[in-house]
Design a protein around this ligand. Sequence first.
Ligand SMILES: *[C@@H]1O[C@H](CO)[C@@H](O)[C@H](O)[C@H]1NC(C)=O
Length: 395
Amino acid sequence: MTAGSLAALVVKYASLSTAVAVGLYAGFIGLLTMQSLQTHVVYLHKVQMTWFKDLNTPEFFGFMHNQVTAFGVRSLSGEDVYAWHILPIELYRKNEASLLEEPSGFCPDITARKAFALLHDDPEAILIIHMHGAAGTVGSGYRVPNYRALSAGNPNKIHVITFDYRGFGRSKGTPTGHGVLEDAISVVQWAIGVTQMPPSRILIFGQSLGTAVNLAVAEHFSLQSPPIVFSGHVLVAPFLDAPTLMATYRIAGTIPLLGPIARFPVLFNYLKQYLVHKWSSTDRIARYVHANEANSLPYRITIIYAEDDFDVPSTHSQDLFWHAVNATKATGVSRGELEQVKLEGGADLGPAGTVMKWHTETGILRVEILKTGLHDVIMGNPVITLAVMRILAKV
Ligand SMILES: *[C@@H]1O[C@H](CO)[C@@H](O)[C@H](O)[C@H]1NC(C)=O
């Protein structure tokens, strides 16, 4: 075989494999227009990660005996949402003896439990409602260190309630934008109605997909009459909206999911019509800020993001922050104006990253961009504890 014919052969096979790759990709995009597959791509709810551990035995996930109460919250849909109530560690220590006497496993009536009384009866208790990201359950990945970081600022007072959206873990059903939001609203309503916590002592945390749910909940309650505003919202690794996330998403940080299509706006806009799960956080954060400014109600939003997060590009956090800032003024705030304020008032903390604040008469918006922390490791770090403490200090 001559060098020439070898080269021809290589070119032939190379182009063949390119053709196969393009064909597979086109097929994948075609499949993505099917709603059921999109649901799996967006929520990854079947990727449980805690398959062989029983969520009703929280000791398997690193908790003390009866530190966690597993219970159900009836959703507006009529199904139960599976939830955990996690006691902060100092409160657990003080009440250890009586907690250990109680039954363990799934609790059919949480209101009869000591742990519930510790939350319900303490006029200074703080409740963080936790909204997790795609895939997994309340017990998977960095979520457990995350719960510890959330209550570390006051291990006597800060309780956490976390839950699985429908279709995740032990919660029945299939996730949809509407259904996931319905479940989150049901848990928040349960907290207000059953634990009797005033919204000023409730803080809502979300990571990744959970940030979109968090903002949807924030908007929902701020538009009630009378409006309900919580003490603050912490958003870790947020994204602008699901289609934009898909356009910039790289599987394992390398293979672009919709990147090739996003380069052709006509094609991308066409595909967008088929994306049923929109999760538009830009619109929601703007409406939430508008509502609170109009009602002169205090509000706090903290956005936290790590630069080495390869799931969501940093532009999402920066742009979401700008959308919130823009909504604080009737005439809007241009990107240029915001950049100017950042130059004057933003803090550069070297290897710790950068912080920027935006104050209004009633609101405080913060964005913290860390150098490291990935998409999820960051959830267990002191920056999370501090974000909660800062919000509580202002209440
Ligand atoms: C910024 O705010 C102004 C005034 O509310 C609004 O007209 C404009 O659409 C906003 N810009 C964006 C990108 O949302």
